[in-house]
Design a protein around this ligand. Structure first.
Ligand SMILES: NC(=O)c1ccc[n+]([C@@H]2O[C@H](COP(=O)([O-])OP(=O)(O)OC[C@H]3O[C@@H](n4cnc5c(N)ncnc54)[C@H](OP(=O)(O)O)[C@@H]3O)[C@@H](O)[C@H]2O)c1
Length: 244
């Protein structure tokens, strides 16, 4: 990893994105972090800059909003970026398809599909300049459907297919493309899914030890630190005791 360059992480205000920011900063990497909750990003910036002496640039942007994402990329146009972790995403609700709220579907589609695509699309020119690496965060849900997961599962299968196509399209540019597919991971994801109901969210971990954000970060760092001729295409990471 070249520490003169920056790693761009979307959804860096909590969970897997925040954990990646911490691990990369520890290795001396400069960071560009985006999320909607600026106060969380400010705390992370303060901590990582003082602990590791890296440059941490933070931007408030909602990946669903094309204008905000365009404006964000304009602001970082002169920055050398060799890592993009396209991580911002969420699930909303777990109702059967016919009973689910349209607003929940719309939020997942606009975040996990539209926002994800826009970030990937605008990142490629940066990564071609640095022979960089894009890591897309999909999910076990992209490989295995479950009742109440229809649109979320579909959105993560989309992430996986875009990753495969991108790896093929970029093979002659030395840009690497990795799809990381986590199983159940203990982050705010599950509380967000149930609109702030933590007790409902915690049911996702019943009966087994879930993954931690750091476990996913370790896999991402492994993919990022392979020699240039090695492209980890996909990593599916499951909690050991989760037999689904
Ligand atoms: N946790 C799991 O079990 C699990 C399993 C498989 C895959 N994943 C995937 O892993 C990724 C990270 O999730 P996580 O588990 O770390 O959950 P998390 O702790 O809830 O983090 C999600 C991050 O995405 C950001 N985000 C959400 N919507 C956004 C938007 N419209 N614009 C900008 N940022 C947005 C959030 O920031 P703000 O709210 O501040 O904007 C937050 O930083 C997601 O793509 C998720 O689908 C999670």
């Amino acid at each position: 990893m070249d520490n003169n360059n920056y790693a761009l992480i979307t959804g860096a205000s909590s969970g897997i994105g925040k954990s990646c920011a911490e691990a990369l900063a520890k290795d001396g990497k400069n960071l560009i972090l985006i999320a909607r909750r600026m106060e969380k990003l400010e705390e992370i910036k303060k901590q990582l800059e003082s602990e590791h002496g890296v440059d941490v640039l933070i931007y408030q942007a909602d990946v669903r909003d094309d204008g905000q994402v365009d404006e964000f990329f304009n602001q970082i146009a002169d920055k050398p970026i060799d890592i993009v972790i396209n991580n911002a995403g969420l699930a909303r609700g777990k109702e059967q398809f016919e009973n689910a709220k349209w607003e929940n579907f719309k939020e997942m589609i606009e975040t996990n599909i539209k926002g994800f695509t826009k970030i990937a699309h605008l990142s490629i020119s940066f990564l071609k300049k640095t022979k960089g690496h894009i890591v897309n965060i999909s999910s076990i849900a992209g490989l295995q459907a479950y009742e109440g997961g229809s649109v979320y599962c579909g959105s993560k299968a989309y992430v996986q297919m875009i990753s495969r196509a991108l790896r093929l399209e970029l093979k002659d540019t030395n840009v690497r493309v990795t799809d990381i597919a986590p199983g159940v991971t203990e982050t705010d994801f599950w509380t967000v899914r149930f609109h702030g109901d933590k007790a409902e969210g915690n049911k996702a971990y019943e009966g087994f030890a879930p993954l931690q954000a750091k476990d996913i970060t370790d896999c991402i760092i492994f993919a990022l630190t392979r020699p240039e001729h090695v492209n980890i295409d996909t990593m599916l990471v499951m909690p050991t005791e989760d037999r689904r």
